[in-house]
Design a protein around this ligand. Structure first.
Ligand SMILES: Cc1cc2nc3c(=O)[nH]c(=O)nc-3n(C[C@H](O)[C@H](O)[C@H](O)COP(=O)(O)O)c2cc1C
Length: 371
């Protein structure tokens, strides 16, 4: 092994899980579930192929019909979805892997075409993202709609949808859940002050805007145990038109509150990866989130965004992160951990097959052994 990447190969305790190394598969939406948001046997094969990751974090999975916002995205709120996921977790565990479900509510990034009644998407405030487009169930890109502001009486229901889907995740054989509070989806919309203009207890001050996320964390920790809960945040990410006026204070508050709760891990996305990895250009002239926030969280930190084997190992050596999540490289390299270790060439990813479709660009990337 190249000496310079050895930090990636030390074992790591992550809440209730013991990881054999530190190369994590980042959550990756692939839009290949069957009708009703049910993962298929092909998804079981895709995830099982990647079971040598230290940990697999699944694609964002909806907590309710209202929270669905991408075509063929999976959910965790129906018996059929739980059964579909059960086959996935079983396949990953059979290969010796570990797998956590990322759970999400899309909020204002959703579209009325996902609602059987044609209801508008919901959000903290009636503000549509200025940039970007919604993706309909038929894979068309359309303008974002102006969402309906959630009534305060509806928020316990949202918390319960997250809690129930975490309980469903455990029934489906997952090793835990990651609460998606990044990239401009509902929980992030509540956090940041350009999308949350509420004047009630869930808006205004930093504590008010963080309340919904912390309610969700507490409800899930109470149900499945804090040692099975991770949270993903994207301080200074601008995907889905997010723009907090004071990210350092907001995210310092949130991260300290999460630290006090003793959750299994914190997952931070570096802003240098443009939006969600849709561009190839990386700019390094922005704050290093892992470095900025690491000291505020007492548990393990996973860092994601534009890492190579070398820079990931360096981030661990510098104490900025404990594990590194790789996104696009894991799409194209099912055996990424072995490839890094051997210094073998990496398969290039094909952006055209990221979203939707079947085997092509999903289960057909070769491993070193099969090539
Ligand atoms: C095709 C694709 C789908 C993604 N889906 C998700 C997702 O479902 N949830 C999430 O939190 N991040 C998602 N991301 C962001 C990745 O998890 C990761 O943070 C990003 O790709 C940067 O890491 P990389 O440079 O190693 O690819 C996605 C990125 C890509 C490229």
């Amino acid at each position: 092994m190249l000496m310079s990447i050895e930090n990636l190969y030390a074992p790591l305790r992550l809440g209730s899980l013991q990881l054999p190394h530190r190369i994590v598969m980042a959550p990756l939406t692939r839009m290949r579930s069957a009708a009703g948001g049910v993962p298929t046997g092909l998804s079981a094969e895709y995830y099982a192929q990647r079971a040598s990751a230290a940990l697999i974090i699944t694609e964002a999975t909806g907590v309710s019909v209202q929270g669905m916002g991408y075509p063929n995205m999976p959910g965790l709120y129906s018996a059929e979805q739980v059964a579909g996921w059960y086959a996935v977790t079983k396949a990953v565990h059979a290969q010796g892997g570990r797998i956590i479900a990322q759970i999400v509510h899309g909020g204002r990034t959703s579209h009325s075409s996902y609602s059987p009644e044609g209801a508008l998407p919901v959000a903290p405030s009636a503000l549509a993202p200025v940039d970007g487009q919604a993706f309909t169930p038929e894979f068309s890109l359309v303008p974002f709609e102006i969402p309906r502001a959630l009534d305060i009486d509806e928020l316990p229901g949202i918390v319960n949808d997250f809690r129930q889907s975490a309980e469903n995740a455990m029934a489906a054989g997952f090793d835990g859940v990651e609460i998606h509070s990044a990239n401009g989806y509902l929980l992030d919309q509540f956090l940041q002050d350009n999308s949350n203009l509420r004047e009630d207890a869930y808006g205004g001050s930093i504590a008010g805007r963080a309340r919904l996320l912390l309610n969700v964390v507490d409800a899930i920790a109470h149900t499945i145990g804090a040692d099975k809960v991770g949270v993903r945040l994207s301080p200074s990410g601008n995907f889905n038109d997010m723009k907090e006026s004071n990210p350092t204070d907001l995210f310092s508050y949130v991260i300290q509150a999460l630290s006090e709760r003793g959750i299994a891990y914190l997952h931070l996305i570096e802003p240098r990866a443009s939006s969600v990895g849709l561009g190839d250009d990386l700019s390094f002239d922005v704050a290093n989130n892992a470095r900025l926030f690491r000291r505020l969280f007492k548990g393990p930190v996973i860092s994601a965004g534009g890492y190579t084997a070398q820079s990931g190992s360096e981030a661990i050596a510098a104490g900025d992160a404990d594990a590194i999540a790789y996104g696009r490289m894991f799409i194209a390299n099912p055996d990424l951990a072995a490839r890094f270790k051997s210094g073998a060439e990496l398969n290039a990813y094909d952006r055209n097959t990221f979203y939707g479709g079947a085997e092509l660009g999903y289960t057909d990337y070769p491993t070193l052994a099969s090539a």
